[in-house]
Design a protein. Structure first.
Length: 297
């Protein structure tokens, strides 16, 4: 049985850890509230913009309007945008992304990787460190976006990806991230970012027919709205991941706090038993010594 000093030291250590995890849970809860507000405000705008694109696309003559972002190419060079967090202590938030990315590469892009034509663009320090250490081809310029997450910085990354696609540096771009469902649930998604897929293909319902008035013309509107939609989609992905991260951290720190409380109960019980055993031993020694003196007298 451990001595009292060891048990007391463990109790102090677990108590300090519990205070830290409790504080981290409170910080994550405050950040989650802000992140959740941002993503809930962004979703309706993103969905409405996608609906407009679907309706406009249905009424546009494809021979008159060119959409270079929808040009399907033979897949020889692939970019995977992998979104994680900058810090850990958020449960399986990052590890699930790593596992999904590696499974996707093995399942669909093994030949591309073997040819050296697979590139990863990590967003989040954890993704950058993980894949850089394992020898993947990594774009290093945008892994720090979560240190100052706003539309201006996300726009730079989105424009880089879009320009590289137009210049033929990549034939296909996918984004892998955690979608925010609720505080306890994050869903790993991988979505094709480029080339743009037909929106109506994702929904069996026909597009709503709206007679738009185009000013100045269809070609100008179409050339403006598609790039804007892509940039909004990219930013929305980062907001989803940010909200998911805070939810995962809040849940993980809450569980850690509860586990520390259970461990403290066990340690205090052990401490009391050890202390009682020590007292009982001292009493027995005193009684034994008194009996020995009595018999000797």
């Amino acid at each position: 049985m451990a001595n009292l000093k060891e048990v007391k030291g463990r109790i102090q250590s677990v108590t300090s850890t519990q205070q830290i995890t409790k504080a981290m849970k409170m910080v994550a809860a405050a950040k989650l509230r802000r992140a959740q507000d941002r993503i809930t405000q962004m979703r309706p705008y993103s969905q409405k913009l996608s609906a407009i694109i679907q309706n406009v696309s249905a009424g546009v003559d494809s021979d008159q309007v060119d959409n270079p972002y929808a040009e399907a190419k033979e897949v020889g060079k692939v970019l995977l945008v992998v979104v994680t967090s900058d810090r850990g202590l958020c449960g399986g938030f990052n590890s699930s992304i790593f596992k999904h990315t590696k499974a996707l590469v093995a399942r669909e892009y093994a030949d591309v990787e073997a040819a050296g034509n697979l590139m990863l663009m990590p967003i989040g320090k954890k993704a950058y460190d993980h894949f850089k250490k394992r020898g993947y081809n990594v774009i290093e310029d945008y892994h720090h976006l979560f240190s100052n997450l706003d539309f201006a910085h996300a726009l730079e990354a989105a424009e880089f990806v879009m320009s590289e696609f137009l210049e033929g540096e990549f034939d296909k771009v996918e984004i892998i991230y955690n979608e925010f469902k609720n505080v306890a649930t994050q869903i790993v998604r991988n979505e094709q970012f480029l080339p743009v897929q037909n929106v109506s293909a994702e929904d069996d319902a026909p597009a709503e027919t709206i007679d738009y008035i185009y000013e100045p013309n269809q070609k100008f509107i179409f050339s403006e709205i598609i790039p804007k939609s892509l940039k909004i989609q990219f930013y929305k992905t980062l907001l989803e991941s940010n909200a998911s991260e805070q939810g995962a951290r809040m849940t993980a720190m809450g569980q850690a706090t509860d586990n520390a409380g259970e461990l403290l109960k066990e340690l205090k019980l052990t401490y009391n038993r050890t202390r009682q055993a020590a007292i009982t031993k001292e009493i027995l020694e005193i009684v034994g010594g008194a009996e020995a003196l009595a018999q000797g007298g």
